[in-house]
Design a protein around this ligand. Structure first.
Ligand code: UT7
Length: 331
């Protein structure tokens, strides 16, 4: 029997309706459209405003979009992974709620948390369940409601992040398509540069901490930027080299959307033309776990069976990595 590889066979996506533009941010903090556009590439981002709706709301809508497009019976889904940095609640699994709400009643489910690398690490995880031969339908959702822990008085973070979700289905493939290789890394010495300090187990929320805004995300942007540029480019170069790929073999770079300058730096290191760099940061900002599947959803019609895609991401922790995947279908 031929080797089983894990292929993406469908994508879906959801972003909330409310559009937070740079112009609106100008009225909230000391910033301007020109600075945000030239320093990050972002023009607008989506925000989930409705009270009581969390990351699962985004995840459920992205999954339902995929289910409708693919025509799959949710009862056939065996595993639901929700990659997220902003779970609905402590203690209760966001994935379990999501799976039940989409009708994946025969699935087991869990959350996977690796900050902005959550979806990338989730691709690796989902693929292993398929490659082992044990499961045939694994739904991986990347979803984040970043607005739930952003301080809209902090111009260092509120201009970057947005809310959204994307979903992919992994299925077994016998033509050698799907996930080919991965380099996944982490370095915990980076956690001081990007974190929400209060509200977790080290420092549970207190009224004083909340009053001082310590439950919001803090980022030392410059340090994160430097590490992201170096490490994303490093793993992208390495994965190309060890798979004997040149830039001519690559259909698209699918890079985490945190800052256009970081994506451009990664593309430059592998000498890739801008037409081969997926980009949607201008309309969504940094949606953390959702950036990669949102890119796949936006570019799905341009992808052809057999296309070589190089994924790359970098995030809090620090966490980062690169995945080489062969696209499995024409849409
Ligand atoms: O997804 C997880 C990983 N996250 C990332 O990859 C994000 C990485 N970091 C970044 O993308 C960038 O560091 C930022 C976009 C966050 C900041 O851009 P920067 O080019 O590193 O700006 P900076 O912090 O060095 O600030 C440059 C100047 C400063 O003014 P002075 O000191 O030169 O007068 C800042 O005060 O820009 C000022 N500034 C702003 N001005 C207008 C900082 N933020 C803003 C702002 N609007 N929002």
């Amino acid at each position: 029997m031929s080797k089983i590889t894990a292929a993406i066979t469908a994508v879906g996506a959801y972003v909330p309706e409310y559009v937070l533009t740079n112009k609106i941010l100008e009225t909230m903090v000391d910033t301007n459209d020109e600075w945000i556009t030239t320093r990050t590439g972002i023009k607008e981002r989506r925000i989930l405003k409705e009270e009581g709706k969390g990351t699962s709301f985004l995840a459920i809508n992205a999954a339902n979009d995929l289910i409708k497009k693919r025509g799959i019976d949710p009862k056939d889904i065996e595993l639901v992974i929700v990659a997220t940095a902003t779970p609905d609640m402590k203690a209760a699994s966001t994935a379990a709620y999501t799976a039940t709400q989409i009708g994946a009643v025969n699935a087991f489910s869990f959350d996977l948390e690796a900050a902005c690398s959550s979806f990338l690490f989730g691709m690796s995880t989902a693929a292993k369940y398929i490659e082992s031969g044990r499961y045939k339908n694994v739904l991986l959702i990347g979803a984040d409601k970043n607005s739930s822990f952003i301080n809209y008085k902090d111009r260092a973070t509120c201009i970057i992040f947005g809310d959204g979700a994307g979903a992919v289905l992994f299925e077994p493939n016998h033509e050698g398509l799907g996930l080919q290789d991965e380099i996944l890394r982490s370095d915990g010495s980076g956690r001081e540069f990007l974190q929400a300090t209060y509200g977790g187990s080290s420092y549970p929320s207190t009224p004083e901490a909340v009053a001082e805004g310590k439950h919001y995300v803090f980022q030392d942007g410059k340090t994160v930027f430097k590490n992201a540029v170096f490490n994303m480019a490093d793993v992208a170069v390495k994965i190309l080299e060890r798979n004997n790929l040149t830039k001519n073999d690559i259909a698209f770079l699918v890079a985490h959307q945190a800052n256009k300058r970081i994506i451009d730096a990664t593309a430059n290191r592998i000498e890739l033309e801008s037409e081969k760099v997926m980009m949607n940061i201008e309309k969504y900002g940094n949606t953390t776990s959702a950036t990669l599947p949102l890119l796949l959803n936006d570019y799905e019609s341009q992808l052809k069976k057999g296309d070589n895609l190089i994924f790359a991401a970098f995030g809090g922790g620090f966490t980062w990595g690169s995945v080489y995947l062969k696209w499995a279908y024409n849409s």
